[in-house]
Design a protein around this ligand. Sequence first.
Ligand code: G6P
Length: 355
Amino acid sequence: QQMEKGRYEHFMLKEINEQPYIMMKIADTIEYYKKFSERLESALKSGSLSIVAAGTSMHAGLIGKFYLSTLAGFGSDVIIASEFPEWSRHIANGDVILAISQSGETADVLEAVRIARDRGAKVFSIVNVPGSTLTRLSDEYVFIQAGPEVGVAATKTFTAQVASLYVISSLISDPTSSEDLREKLLSISNSILKDMGRVDEESRKIAGLLKSREHVFFLGRGVNYPTALEGALKLKEISYIHAEGYAAGEYKHGPLALIEEGVPVIALIPKERSLINKIIYNLMEVKARGSFTVTIQPPDVSLPSDRRLVVDVEDELTSPLIYAIPLQLIAYYTALELGRNPDKPRNLAKSVTVE
Ligand code: G6P
C-alpha cells in the first residue's frame, strides 16, 4: 500500500496529527469493544491475567494494567514479550494472556502466545493490523482502528491502544457507560485539536533546548509513569540522545546521581492535587542540583519549572492520551534539529520478526 505524507514533512508528524481523529473514531465505535470486554471479563473470573507486549505496546500495556486495576478491579502482570518464556512458568490452564501489538507480527509476542496456548491459557489480543498472525493465534481480538502506521516509532498506535484499553476497562466496570465514554473521548479529541498548533510550537522550542544535551530524564507518577517511559523511548529512538523514564519517586534511588548543571528533566504533572505536591518535591530536588526543568502540566499550577507546556487535561486517568502528544512532538523536533530522519531511525525496524 502506497501511503502519502500529504502536507506533512514526515509520516511521524502526520501520524501524530491523526490522533484526535482516531480518538473520535474510537468514541464513535464504543459498542464495537463490548463483546471483547464481556468475554475478557468472564475469562478473568477463572484465571490470572498477564499482559504481554514489546516496546511502545508494552508501555500501553502498563497503562492498561493501571486501568484494569483502577476501573475494573482486576490485578494483572505485565510481561515483556521476549522475557515471557522465563517469567511465565506459573501460567496454566484457564489463565488469560492479553497480547498487545500494533503489527500483530512481533516474533517475541507470537512466541509468548504460542507458549501460553500450549499451557491452556486463553489468548485475547489488541491489534492494529487486520489479518495479522496474532489475530489468527488469538481466541478473541479487537482492533485499535488507528489505520496504517508508517513511522517506525509508534505514535498514533500508542494512544489508540491506550484509548482502547480505557474503553475496555471502563466497559468491564460499567457496561452501561458507552455514552459517557463517547463524550469523554470526544472531548479529549476536541481539546487536542484545539491546542495542537500551540503544543506543536512549544514542543519545537523545547526540542531546541534539548538538542545539545547528553541525557534527558522523564518523570511521571501513577498512570503517567508509563507515559514517562514512552516519552524517553520516543526521544532516544529517533534523536539518539540518551533518555530515561522514571517513576518520579523512584528517581532518587539512582538517576539523581546523574543530575548536574543543565541536565534536562521533563516532568508530567498530575491533575490530582494529592500527587502534585509529591512531584513538586521531586522537581525541587533536581532543580537544587542544577537541572533544567520542563513541566508538561495542567493550567493554574505553579511549579519550580524553567519551562512549562500547558495542556488541557480533564482527568487523571485519560491524561496519557493528552501528554503523549507533546512528548512525541518533542522527540520529533529534536530528531529534526539533529538532522536525523524520524521516520527511519538507524538500526530499528517497524516490525521485529526475529526473536
Ligand atoms: C518495534 C517498533 C516499535 C514497536 C515494537 C513492538 O520495535 O519499532 O515501535 O513498539 O516493535 O511492535 P508491535 O507491532 O508488536 O506493537
